[in-house]
Design a binder for this molecule. Structure first.
Ligand code: NAD
Length: 283
């Protein structure tokens, strides 16, 4: 029997509907939640991501403040722009689309965002709060993964969870969130030997390495929940995840597709963070 497919696109639509109701309640108090998306340069993939976030904002009743800057923008100019957005009362969430051009100091720029408006959850204040179990605004991709597990009815407490990838935006926060939900968590990375032996013990496997189809069926415990965060472009132009989907779905208990899995949930969680931030900033 094949795995239960966790339909991230359908789940994201449901989250957006819920957020639309929450935005409606804020509107009754005279607050229209607002998201500023800062896009530097003309990277086509980044432009696609920004458009999908703006579309989701429109669906949920969130205003957008589109900030497009030329590729030659300096770090100092970025900091000025972030200052302006930090001080703009119409803006409740600030999102800097990554990657930034190499000449911009991305760490300095991201750490300049007011933590109260940090809807990506990348500031050290937000990450520190997550470490201490008090998420202010949590990173959207891992919180989307956690909501998928929850709504699909995957038990987490007391289970073995393995996260492949240790980035600060996906792997590490995903591990912290699983720990917070009382899983026993192992983080694997590019220097982990015997990866398959570790992943085979996982009841929950979150894959965020950015390596096309690296997780094969023999690496997965029968009945496991497999959440595929990876987005990889194949030479034929098609997208695939980090998981060998066709083979793994025969063995797993739950699986997320790519596309249509974690991606749309990430966007929905951005909107949820904007509305949560707007609620806090205007209460
Ligand atoms: P990253 O490059 O910062 O981190 C990748 C991690 O994977 C590293 O910690 C590395 O040690 C580990 N890794 C690499 N090769 C490995 C291997 N062979 N075995 C074990 N570990 C290995 O990437 P990231 O920003 O964390 O993103 C990971 C993937 O998730 C990418 O494909 C990215 O496009 C995707 N992503 C998707 C969403 C979404 O919304 N669906 C959001 C963010 C990132």
């Amino acid at each position: 029997m094949g795995a239960i497919i966790i339909d991230g696109a359908a789940m994201a639509r449901q989250v957006l509907e819920e957020q639309k109701s929450a935005a409606g309640l804020l509107a009754q108090r005279g607050c229209v939640p607002g998201l500023a998306v800062v896009l530097v340069g003309d990277d086509p993939a980044s432009a696609v991501y920004v458009r999908s976030k703006e579309r989701a904002c429109r669906e949920a009743g969130v205003s957008t403040f589109d900030t497009r800057l030329p590729a030659a923008t300096t770090t100092a100019e970025m900091l000025e722009k972030i200052d302006a957005l930090n001080n703009d009362v119409r803006v409740h969430g600030i999102l800097v689309q990554l990657p930034l051009p190499a000449h911009i100091d991305a760490v300095t720029v991201l750490q300049h965002i007011d933590p109260a408006k940090d809807v990506d959850g990348f500031t050290w204040r937000s990450l520190g709060a997550l470490l201490d179990g008090h998420a202010l605004l949590a990173p959207c991709t891992p919180s989307g993964c956690m909501l998928m597990l929850e709504r699909a009815g995957v038990p987490v407490a007391g289970r073995q969870a393995v996260v492949i990838g240790r980035s600060s935006i996906v792997g590490k926060p995903a591990a912290l969130m699983l720990l917070q939900r009382n899983a026993t968590v192992t983080i694997c990375h590019s220097r982990t030997p015997e990866l398959a032996a570790i992943t085979r013990a996982a009841d929950i496997l979150i894959c965020a390495a950015g390596k096309p189809r690296m997780v094969t069926a023999d690496m997965v415990k029968p009945g496991a929940a497999v959440i595929d965060v990876g987005i990889n472009r194949l030479p034929d132009g098609k997208l695939c995840g980090d998981v060998d989907y066709d083979a793994v779905q025969e063995r797993a208990g739950w699986i997320t597709p790519v596309p249509g899995g974690v991606g749309p949930m990430t966007v929905a969680m951005v909107i949820a963070n904007v509305i949560a931030a707007a609620g806090r900033l205007t209460s």
